[in-house]
Design a protein around this ligand. Structure first.
Ligand SMILES: C[S@@+](CC[C@H](N)C(=O)[O-])C[C@H]1O[C@@H](n2cnc3c(N)ncnc32)[C@H](O)[C@@H]1O
Length: 255
């Protein structure tokens, strides 16, 4: 790592609590270098000086380092398993479920979960968190373009969204169980006693060391029998190491 980039990661950590060294370096450095170059800075130290005083530039930096793409029912077959196998199993154990959508981006993930709860008539609360406050505001607004709804069956789309000129707006009853809150997976305290954690398509950005720490903390957050639902490229190769066992493909049960 160049001294310039190391100093940059240290300065960013001091300002934001975001530890860039826990993200895969080549990927992160490439993304940030291209943004820095685009804005006309030749070193990270100049770029950081500008970031400190220019709020817009800082917002742009944050948006670039956090990759925000999401959609409803991403990898649909896994959500079908959640609906038909995992949620019914969890409900048998507890009447009301305590759930966490970690790194929820623009909200499609916690709202997909809320739609399933509604369809199955399951009671529960969903904490939805992300590092990026501006993305959480978009999630709270609950307004989506057609393309993020491509996995939502038309009947459900008409039932749970209303269309206006700006896009598709999620209904209040689907919003109701969801609470959005800022949370850094690498730094903040995790909630406890959870029945289900959904954390998808963020672990791929972290170093091995960071991943191990996060899986251990997820395991501590789950009650025995609780489930961790991960992304479709994020299989855990040795779940027992974290006190987890495979419950289905990309689902792990706290043992
Ligand atoms: C690709 S999105 C995944 C969205 C959703 N989970 C999905 O699978 O569709 C990755 C999200 O991780 C968030 N993120 C990145 N680093 C994070 C961290 N340290 N703590 C919490 N969220 C983080 C980003 O802000 C971004 O919204």
């Amino acid at each position: 790592m160049s001294a310039d980039y190391i100093a940059f990661t240290e300065a960013v950590y001091k300002k934001t609590g975001i530890d860039l060294t826990l993200y895969k370096e080549s990927q992160m450095k490439r993304r940030l270098t291209s943004l820095r170059d685009k804005r006309g800075f030749i070193s990270f130290s100049d770029y950081y000086k500008a970031l400190r005083s220019d709020e817009q530039l800082f917002k742009e930096f944050l948006e670039r380092m956090t990759i925000n793409v999401s959609e409803f029912f991403r990898n649909r077959s896994r959500w079908d398993t959640l609906e038909t196998r995992i949620l019914p199993e969890l409900v048998k154990q507890r009447g009301s479920l305590k759930m966490w959508s970690a790194a929820c981006s623009t909200g499609e993930e916690p709202y997909s979960l809320s739609i399933l709860l509604h369809l199955l008539q399951v009671k529960g609360s969903i904490l939805a968190t992300d590092l990026d406050e501006s993305i959480l505001n978009r999630a709270r607004a609950g307004l989506y373009m057609e393309k993020s709804l491509k996995e939502v069956p038309p009947a459900q789309r008409d039932q749970f969204f209303t269309k206006d000129l700006a896009g598709w707006k999620i209904s209040e009853r689907i919003k109701k169980p969801v609470t959005f809150k800022k949370h850094n997976l690498l730094q903040d305290t995790y909630p406890a006693g959870l029945d289900l954690i959904v954390c998808r398509n963020v672990m791929i950005y972290f170093t091995e060391e960071a991943k191990i720490d996060i899986y251990n903390r997820f395991s501590d957050s789950l009650r025995t029998g609780g489930i961790l639902f991960v992304g479709s490229t994020e299989q855990i190769f040795n779940p027992a190491k974290f006190g987890l066992e495979s419950a289905d493909t990309f689902f792990y049960r706290k043992s």
